[in-house]
Design a protein around this ligand. Structure first.
Ligand SMILES: Cc1cc2nc3c(=O)[nH]c(=O)nc-3n(C[C@H](O)[C@H](O)[C@H](O)COP(=O)(O)OP(=O)(O)OC[C@H]3O[C@@H](n4cnc5c(N)ncnc54)[C@H](O)[C@@H]3O)c2cc1C
Length: 408
């Protein structure tokens, strides 16, 4: 058996930040990073934006690594097949068994695929999660290419904008009433749709794709949607299969369930971080949720690393429960969406700044919505340019100040 020390499974944003934070928390022992991709950690947000648009080389996505992790061991291009959380061993895809003292689960998510059959000569199907995915889709984009984006979450909307900028004829099909509805609510989603439409993106909201054929897709109302390329952006599946053998210890329902300190199964030597971690956030009640936001990977890493290092030393970490303020951004055309808090747990949205109807054409007015549970603001989202982002930033302070408690 090889390798003791801390095993970080998943060598991407969350894994890298965890390694750095382990060093910051005083861990001086070995750290081994296990990643199934052949690359050193790279940044995913540009994959649906600059890299997909051909505006940035793929090499520009490599994440800067702090000097403190210069001595970690990288085992890349090889999946961890299974983990035993009791015996503290990992089995790699080549059969190697490695021991560990502490474990960080940072295996993220993969795109959900639709159960549609692909007819011969029909549209070419893509997803966007990895560098290779982005490169493959970029090679398809160009003037007049008909792109059907299935799903209107932030990745679907970003891909639609990038493909449109590349001259493609873009249609977005999704079952919700408005794009990005889970993150923005219906009103701001409507504003976003209008701004996309003003730039030539077509939407078929409230619709599903029934099947694909040689010329494109048939929707659930029987209508046709011509397509050369189909992009599936219909959510994600957490990468937890490697933990199945430890299911008695770890709850793997929708990610890896963690306690309020990101520990898996309450174990002092195992934590989860990033997209794969499902944890309760006392700001928003007791429900455990996964949060697929770039900034959350770093926040989890900071807390999880300190908990893990203290746990391995047999001591108390002395930290309050993990209660991060979620935030995400999304860039679509020249528009930025900036969110703080958790708008999705709000019961109503209120326009705080700007004129939601002023954009029916191609106007660029900034808008800012607040989201409320009772009288409490639980989230704020800005859509527009730099000024709107700064406005949202001001409300951030108000959201940080909301006391933790079981009020939702
Ligand atoms: C196209 C795209 C655009 C995005 N844009 C934004 C944005 O604008 N704003 C924002 O806030 N967020 C954005 N995000 C989300 C953000 O990138 C993620 O939240 C972040 O990547 C999460 O990091 P992670 O390390 O938890 O997971 P990942 O980045 O998914 O990394 C997990 C790693 O683990 C590997 N792995 C999985 N299983 C195994 C195994 N068994 N053995 C070994 N390795 C394994 C995976 O291959 C992967 O390399 C975007 C995501 C995508 C895909």
């Amino acid at each position: 058996m090889t390798s003791a020390g801390i095993a970080v499974v998943g060598a991407s944003l969350g894994g890298l930040r965890a390694a750095e934070q382990l060093r910051a928390a005083g861990w001086q022992g070995p750290i081994t990073m296990y990643g199934d991709e052949p690359h050193l950690p790279y940044n995913r947000p540009p994959l649906s934006k600059e890299v997909l648009a051909g505006e940035a080389p793929t090499t520009a996505t490599e994440l800067r690594r702090r000097p403190s992790v210069a001595d970690v061991e990288w085992r890349l291009g090889l999946a961890v097949e299974s983990a035993d959380l009791t015996a503290r061993t990992l089995t790699l895809a080549d059969g190697t068994v490695c021991g560990y003292e502490g474990l960080v689960a940072a295996t993220g998510v993969r795109p959900r695929r639709l159960p549609l059959s692909s007819p011969a000569g029909g549209p070419r199907r893509h997803v966007v999660r990895t560098l290779e995915d982005s490169e493959a889709l970029r090679a398809e984009l160009g003037d007049g290419v008909r792109v059907l984006v299935i799903g209107s979450g932030f990745i679907g909307c970003e891909v639609a904008a990038t493909a449109r900028k590349a001259g493609c004829a873009v249609t977005v099909v999704a079952p919700e009433a408005e794009p990005m509805m889970l993150a923005l609510g219906e009103e701001l989603g409507r504003v976003l749709r209008r701004r996309h439409e003003a730039r030539g993106v077509r939407f078929r909201m409230g619709r599903l794709v029934s099947h694909l054929h040689a010329e494109g897709a048939v929707l659930d109302d029987g209508s046709e949607c011509g397509a050369d390329v189909v992009v599936e952006a219909v959510g994600s599946v957490p990468n937890v299969e490697w933990l199945r053998a430890s299911e008695g210890v770890a709850d793997l329902t929708d990610g890896v369930l963690c306690d309020e300190h990101l520990r898996i199964g309450g174990l002092p030597y195992a934590v989860a971080v990033g997209d794969v971690a499902r944890f309760p956030n006392p700001r928003y009640g007791e429900v455990a949720r996964r949060v697929e936001h770039w900034s959350m990977a770093s926040e989890c890493a900071r807390h999880g690393a300190r908990v893990l290092v203290a746990g391995l030393a047999g001591g108390d970490h002395g930290l309050p429960p993990f209660d991060p303020l979620p935030s995400f951004w999304s860039d679509q055309f020249t528009l930025r969406v900036q969110s703080f808090g958790m708008p999705g747990v709000g019961e109503r949205a209120e326009l705080l700044e700007g004129d939601a109807d002023a954009d029916a054409g191609s106007a660029e007015g900034d808008v800012l919505y607040g989201y409320y549970a009772g009288e409490r603001m639980v989230g704020v989202v800005a859509l527009g340019g730099a000024r709107a982002v700064a406005l949202a930033g001001r409300y951030r302070g108000e959201l940080v100040g909301v006391p933790a408690g079981p009020w939702i």
